[in-house]
Design a binder for this molecule. Structure first.
Ligand code: HEC
Length: 256
């Protein structure tokens, strides 16, 4: 846990220098707004990832054709996701004394996760159907869509990818994302895992924008791997991705 916390701070330091914002990281001093923006954005990315991980670990259960209540409800997913989040960040998603906007956004994300699990109970518990299409990427997209409905005037979260890898049109990168992915995150010399942050417009609104790279692990390749073009279990052609390739980007915009 200690190591991950340090890495988390390391990511903040690196990303702020990349963003071109000269913000010293005062350990004991009150946080500047850019520090706080980055921390909030990374926590939103972290909770999304933690929840997706729960769905990934529950995939066999979800795909089980035996119907009936599987217990995979919002509370269950949130309990496990919160444990993963705590291990990665050193705090629970919500805590006493938290920055007010951060608490509001994390609360909205928690609500979105709970609601997506509740609205999909019939699908998850459906009798007689194996693969139901409820995979981590779909879950994540639904959570992000619900999050936008709840707090879209303050922040949006989207999982996107380099344009050639896009499956769902809703995930297409905007011009800014396309350019930053091409010239930074997908560049051969971009340090693995380093996030990008900058002040930039999002849909003509001033925002603090953060891009968090995601790489293909073994578990991703059954769908996104080789041979390129072969149809995966979800019905999409595989991208021909390889272990460690940049597979996607969590894009967070905090509006000014
Ligand atoms: C069971 C097959 C499957 C596995 C395994 C899988 N994905 Fe996907 N992935 C999909 C599907 C289907 C979509 C489209 C979801 C939607 O409708 O939004 C998708 C969408 C995505 C997207 C959003 C952009 C887009 O193309 O719509 C990213 C990024 C992504 N996957 C990365 C990954 C990564 C990284 C892993 C491993 C941690 C992974 N996927 C594992 C099937 C899979």
């Amino acid at each position: 846990m200690r190591e991950q916390t340090i890495r988390f701070l390391g990511v903040i330091a690196i990303a702020i220098s990349v963003g071109g914002l000269a913000v010293p990281l005062g350990i004991a001093s009150a946080q500047s707004s850019a520090d706080q923006d980055m921390e909030t954005a990374l926590k939103l990315a972290s909770l999304l990832r933690s929840a997706r991980t729960v769905i990934a670990a529950s995939q066999d259960l979800i795909n089980d054709p035996a119907g009936g209540d599987k217990g995979l409800n919002g509370d269950h997913v949130l309990r496990l996701a919160s444990e993963t989040f705590l291990a990665a960040n050193g705090t629970a998603p919500l805590f006493e004394g938290q920055d007010a906007r951060e608490a509001r956004l994390l609360s909205a994300q928690i609500t979105a996760i709970r609601e997506v699990m509740e609205t999909n109970q019939a699908t998850i518990n459906q009798d007689g159907v194996g693969f139901k299409g409820f995979v981590p990427a779909v879950f994540g997209r639904l959570v992000n869509e619900r999050f936008s409905e709840l707090v879209g005037d303050e922040a949006v979260i989207k999982v996107t990818a380099p344009p050639e890898l896009i499956r769902n049109r809703k995930a297409r990168p905007d011009d800014w994302e396309t350019e930053i992915i091409r010239s930074n995150l997908a560049a051969a010399d971009w340090p693995n895992g380093q996030v990008f942050a900058a002040e930039a417009e999002h849909d003509a609104r001033a925002a603090y924008r953060v891009l968090v790279p995601e790489y293909y692990g073994e578990g991703c390749l059954a769908c996104h791997g080789e041979p390129q073009g072969e149809i995966d279990v979800t019905g999409y052609p595989k991208e021909g991705g390889k272990l460690g390739d940049l597979g996607g980007v969590i894009s967070i915009s905090l509006f000014r």
